[in-house]
Write a protein that binds this ligand. Structure first.
Ligand code: HEM
Length: 508
């Protein structure tokens, strides 16, 4: 093992490059690269990236020099307040990667493994100033027109549709069959695309995120589908996000509309799938967490918020770039330096969380959605999909249990995110539910805290719902009747005894 030489505090812009050859972690499995700086990739980081962040924090404090793939230098921002300061100070830091010295001098070129996430594109996530306001204004304007209550009803309906596909088997993989499908079904519905795309879109999005050999073809498939949608809605608008985006006063071009539909679709899919999987994993592996949830000390939205602190769906972002010489966390940052938005390390900064075991109930100041001008505009939708989906699943399958030993769970990790590969579970077999009837709305009146609904004690387990004659199709079968849409929701059914008991139990 090579003895690491300590990095000079001068940081990324000023280090001397020494052996081993850049970007080759095999030459130095200790996790150190050029200039003796710690690598945020390679065997050690793949094994335990949060451990690497903690070593960096111990060695350098809130802002640490580190290496991305190909030993490209970056400042890892680890402090909670330092991250917030960075994202909230657009006069000093930009998301425009064309200002990154590593891009300018070609060390982070088109062949860099992280190029798909940092290469500048004409989208709001890379824009700043007036151009950012124009593009983001169109996105938030289109979002403002969404019917959030209606969306929750659809999330509940899609959740139950997916669960209908697995409930008779008594087994499921909650990542592949639930967490990855629900956000895609919901987002396709919001965007205005037919549900039939769901299966293929999930595959394409997975490909794109994992950077597999078919990633480019998958990206083309997604872009073609979105471009066709934009052309159709330009000709004939409907009640959906694509039509609303086209109609915004910012007058986006067709290419800009398609690029932002893709941004919304992929950001929402990846982040929300991770969030649902993370919450379900904790419910299934931490008996105390589950007991608090079922015992009423914690609601599902609070469980989701705790997960956003402990395992943010995007753990870091590459990144922000210094527009001028400045200081951050006592470090001298040079104009053109790259900075990693350290969401996961910022969330466990001892300054804000001296006791990691303490629950963060009622505290939403985590970094999961970033902050400042680029703060995630879709966070309420992401939260709604996770809250409603997890709630629906635990309602339907209150006896769900992990089917393998917790230690057998596997993750796919990158600097950006940590994605659970599988979450195999078993539960008592039960018949499908009628999802053609009015979906139960999970939207509480705004000021009222969310009800606890899951899982119920065994004694209160609902009797299996009667199997409808037109039993709903399994999740992957695109034969469901056309969605009536929020405007066409039928009047609620009369409450049965079970429903009334359930509502009493849930605190209504
Ligand atoms: C749990 C789910 C989600 C998480 C954790 C999440 C997180 C994030 C983060 C960290 C950023 C980057 C902010 C920055 O650059 O500093 C972001 C940006 C963005 N997100 Fe989300 N997101 C989620 C869901 C969604 C959803 C559902 C949508 C759309 C419906 C969405 C749309 C966007 C857009 C358009 C941006 C770019 C904003 C800009 O640059 O101005 N996200 N998100």
């Amino acid at each position: 093992m090579t003895t690491p030489s300590r990095p000079s505090p001068a940081g990324p812009g000023t280090e001397q490059v020494t052996a081993p050859p850049p970007g080759c972690p095999a030459h130095d499995p200790s996790g150190f690269g050029a200039g003796g700086l710690r690598r945020l990739f390679g065997p050690e980081a793949d094994q335990d990236l949060s451990g690497v962040y903690e070593e960096l924090r111990a060695e350098h404090g809130a802002v640490a020099p580190a290496l991305l793939h190909n030993d490209v230098r970056v400042w890892a921002v680890l402090g909670h307040s330092e991250n917030l300061h960075m994202v909230r100070t657009p006069s000093l830091y930009t998301r425009d990667s064309r200002q990154w010295s590593a891009v300018r001098d070609g060390t982070a070129g088109a062949d860099h493994p992280l190029a798909p996430v940092f290469t500048w594109q004409p989208m709001c996530s890379f824009a700043e100033g007036a151009e950012h306001q124009r593009l983001r204004g169109a996105v938030t304007g289109a979002m403002a027109g969404l019917d959030h209550r209606g969306i929750r009803r659809h999330i509940n309906r899609y959740s139950n549709k997916i669960l209908n596909g697995v409930c008779e088997t008594g087994r499921a993989d909650l990542v592949g069959q639930f967490a990855e499908h629900l956000p895609m079904m919901v987002m396709l519905h919001i965007l205005g695309m037919p549900e039939e795309y769901s299966e293929r879109m999930v595959q394409a999005a997975r490909d794109m995120i994992q950077g597999t050999t078919t990633a480019i073809a998958s990206n083309e498939f997604v872009m073609e589908a979105l471009t066709r949608l934009v052309a159709r809605r330009r000709a004939q608008p409907e009640e959906d996000f694509a039509s609303a985006l086209i109609a915004q006063p910012e007058q986006l071009t067709d290419d800009e509309v398609a690029a932002h539909l893709r941004l919304v679709l992929i950001a929402a899919y990846e982040a929300t799938a991770n969030l649902i999987a993370n919450v379900l994993r904790v419910v299934l592996t931490d008996p105390r967490f589950r007991a608090r949830l079922s015992g009423g000390q914690m609601t599902v939205p609070e469980a989701v918020e705790q997960s956003l602190w402990d395992e943010p769906p995007f753990s870091a972002m590459v990144g922000y770039f210094a527009k001028q010489d400045t200081q951050l966390g006592g470090r001298r940052i040079k104009a053109g330096d790259g900075l990693l938005l350290g969401i996961a390390p910022g969330n466990v900064d001892p300054v804000v969380r001296p006791d990691l075991a303490a629950n963060m109930q009622g505290n939403r100041s985590h970094l999961a959605f970033s902050g400042g001008p680029h703060e995630c505009p879709g966070q309420d939708i992401g939260r709604a999909i996770a809250d409603t989906g997890v709630d629906a699943l635990l309602m339907r399958l209150p006896d769900v249990e992990l089917a393998i030993d917790e230690r057998e769970l596997r993750w796919r990790s990158s600097i950006m995110s940590r994605h659970l590969v599988e979450l195999p579970v078993y539960f008592g077999k039960r018949p499908p539910q009628d999802i053609t009837a009015t979906p139960r709305s999970h939207t509480p009146p705004p000021p009222r805290p969310w009800e606890v609904s899951s899982p119920l004690p065994q004694a209160f387990e609902p009797p299996p719902a009667p199997v409808p004659t037109d039993a709903a199709a399994p999740a992957a079968t695109p034969t469901a009747p056309p969605d009536p849409g929020p405007a066409a929701v039928a009047p609620a059914r009369r409450k049965g005894a079970w429903r009334r008991l359930l509502e009493w139990w849930r605190g209504h």
